[in-house]
Design a protein around this ligand. Structure first.
Ligand SMILES: Nc1ncnc2c1ncn2[C@@H]1O[C@H](COP(=O)(O)OP(=O)(O)OP(=O)(O)O)[C@@H](O)[C@H]1O
Ligand SMILES: [Mg+2]
Length: 250
């Protein structure tokens, strides 16, 4: 497998607070990688630093043969369209219908002007997320699970090479969480999109991911396929896994 992203020694501090203290991580092309770790440990900062929504202080983020960390801003904006993202608590535009929400990136990012073509693509995306015919509805009329699916359709509209999901199942019951995980897996398998997922849903992450990376105190302290991670000797990883799988039993 070839890495599509290679993160080297990535650092980010906010004042005296060191959040990323030299992150090293390879993301394999067309794989699903889950990034797990305690709350407040820098997972979202890592995502934002990869895409330069936050400026990293030092280090490299290789995307194919380009170091994103060193790229001029205008070129970065162009490359960012290859990254789809659904951010933690990211909301849909409430004043727009579902169809308009999905049409927005088609118009603004992909640059399609033809309304018929836009309608066709919106319909195809709604079919793909198994919510055909909801284009006229507004976000506040949808369930939490439906909103998440529409958010994913909106990211897919940009035809990204990589999709980053920050907590896609937060606030969903276990059954709905599973349907979102199944959708992430379809995005990966059927569309061949590399997926990176931040999640507190450890059993879910283990079920769908090819690779798991554990972030702690600003560094990746364990990385491997799910089997390798369950065998990790790192004390915090062990404690984290025992806790997470115990919660399943209650
Ligand atoms: N823009 C910012 N300015 C200052 N501090 C920030 C900023 N963004 C994040 N931080 C700090 O960086 C640390 C890591 O935050 P981050 O949101 O990445 O955690 P996380 O691992 O995603 O947590 P959670 O699992 O709860 O979402 C936190 O202490 C947070 O307060
Ligand atoms: Mg976060």
């Amino acid at each position: 497998m070839t890495p599509i992203i290679r993160i080297r020694n990535l650092r980010k501090s906010f004042g005296k607070k060191h959040v990323l203290c030299g992150v090293n991580l390879d993301i394999m092309e067309k794989s699903i990688t889950a990034i797990i770790g305690q709350s407040g440990t820098g997972k979202s900062v890592l995502f934002r630093s990869i895409m330069r929504m936050i400026e990293p202080d030092a280090g490299e983020v290789w995307f194919h043969d380009t170091d994103l960390a060193r790229l001029p801003r205008d070129e970065m904006l162009r490359i960012r369209s290859k990254f789809g993202y659904s951010f933690q608590n990211a909301a849909l535009f409430d004043s727009m219908s579902v169809a308009e929400n999905i049409a927005f990136p088609l118009r603004e990012v992909v640059g399609i002007k033809n309304n018929k073509e836009i309608r066709k693509r919106v319909e195809k995306l709604l079919d793909w997320i198994e919510l055909p015919g909801i284009g006229k509805m507004h976000p506040d009329e949808l369930s939490g699970g439906m909103r998440k699916r529409v958010g994913i359709a909106r990211s897919l509209a940009m035809e990204p090479e990589i999709l980053l999901f920050d907590e896609p199942t937060t606030g969903l019951d276990p059954v709905l969480a599973e349907t979102i995980h199944a959708l992430v897996q379809r995005v990966n398998r059927e569309l061949g999109i590399t997926c990176i997922l931040i999640t507190h849903n450890i059993p879910g992450a283990f079920a769908i991911s090819d690779r798991i990376a554990f972030l702690d105190l600003g560094e990746i302290v364990a990385e491997g396929d799910p089997k390798e991670i369950t065998r990790s000797n790192h004390p915090l990883v062990r404690e984290f896994l025992v806790q997470s799988f115990r919660e399943l039993d209650v």
